[in-house]
Write a new protein. Structure first.
Length: 171
């Protein structure tokens, strides 16, 4: 368990604000202030989630994440996917691995809209695939399992995206 202070929440929010601006491009920023796109379109527009978008397509989850929701997505960047062992992504994208890929991707999704201020009060969250992820805050940095949250509260019409630096693999 952790103790959350106003200072650590402020540090987390400030870090997220500055980090998030480096990851998302201007079109996403504009979408945030005008009519919001859904989670999938917001991620695609950012340009840092092409592997995630391809994986969602291969797993047949695009329509789900374009639906009403709301959803909270812990979205791994292209770099996070690139850090998996060689051949992993290519193997997961094969049609015969669709169920395994869907299980991994749904492990990144929580039903409901959980913004950063709420995430930091949790010690775990149940994902759409039924398994829990651990949530921990250390020195103002939020971790989901072993992944570091590098940007938060990217709002979409059907939920929220928190960017993580590691692909979460269910046990």
């Amino acid at each position: 368990m952790f103790t959350l202070t106003k200072r650590s929440l402020f540090t987390f929010a400030a870090t997220a604000l500055f980090t998030g601006s480096a990851i998302f491009t201007a079109p996403v920023f504009a979408a945030h202030h005008e009519e919001k796109s859904d989670i999938v379109d917001t991620a695609v527009a950012a340009g840092s989630f092409t592997t995630l978008a391809a994986a969602l397509e291969a797993a047949g989850l695009v329509d789900t994440l374009k639906s009403e929701g709301p959803f909270t997505v812990f979205a791994p960047t292209d770099e996070a996917f690139a850090n998996l062992p060689d051949g992993t992504v290519e193997s997961l994208l094969l049609p015969e691995n669709k169920d395994k890929l869907a299980a991994i991707l749904t492990y990144h999704v929580v039903a409901g809209e959980v913004v950063a201020a709420d995430v930091v009060t949790l010690s775990e969250a149940t994902t759409v695939n039924g398994e829990n992820v651990d949530i921990n805050v250390e020195d103002g940095t939020v971790y989901v399992n072993d992944a570091t949250v590098v940007a938060t509260d990217i709002m979409a019409s059907n939920g929220v995206i928190h960017v993580i630096d590691t692909v979460l693999i269910p046990e």
